[in-house]
Ligand binder design. Sequence first.
Ligand code: RP5
Length: 162
Amino acid sequence: MAQQNPQVLIIIGSASDKPVMKATEELLAEFGIPFETYIASAHRTPAKVMKLATEAEGRGVKTIIAAAGLAAHLPGVIAAHTTLPIIGVPLEASGLGGLDALLSIVQMPPGIPVACVAVGKPGAKNAAVLAAQMVGLTDASVAEKVKAHRASMAEAVEKANK
Ligand code: RP5
């Protein structure tokens, strides 16, 4: 999905990551946040990853969500090329259940952080919420939508009780 002034970039390591990361796109759209999604791999297309990361701040992007499976170096490599906050989503792409990607993303060296969310679809959703919370720091309409989203979850729990 390409829009004119993206506030958030989603970068996924492979087209095979698209089904899970659809949840991120859906939530960002619900929060009314303009975003763009790219397929770029830290290992297969490193120059493209570097270009996206280095140009993002100048384009007005506030945060980058990076999702990958296996040896998931994508979020860390992006973090190495920009001081924008990076949200990493570990994906399950092997018999290891995503533990490989989780450790690859979360164990960043001091000074170059990646905010790592849960493995798979829960993390894909939380990446969007966390990005919206960041965007909401300077955009009151997004902050309101985040609060409304939280309230709707509470309502859903109460409804389930009835
Ligand atoms: C990672 O390798 C991708 O993010 C994906 O999760 C995994 C498998 O990629 P494909 O072989 O399906 O392209 O880099």
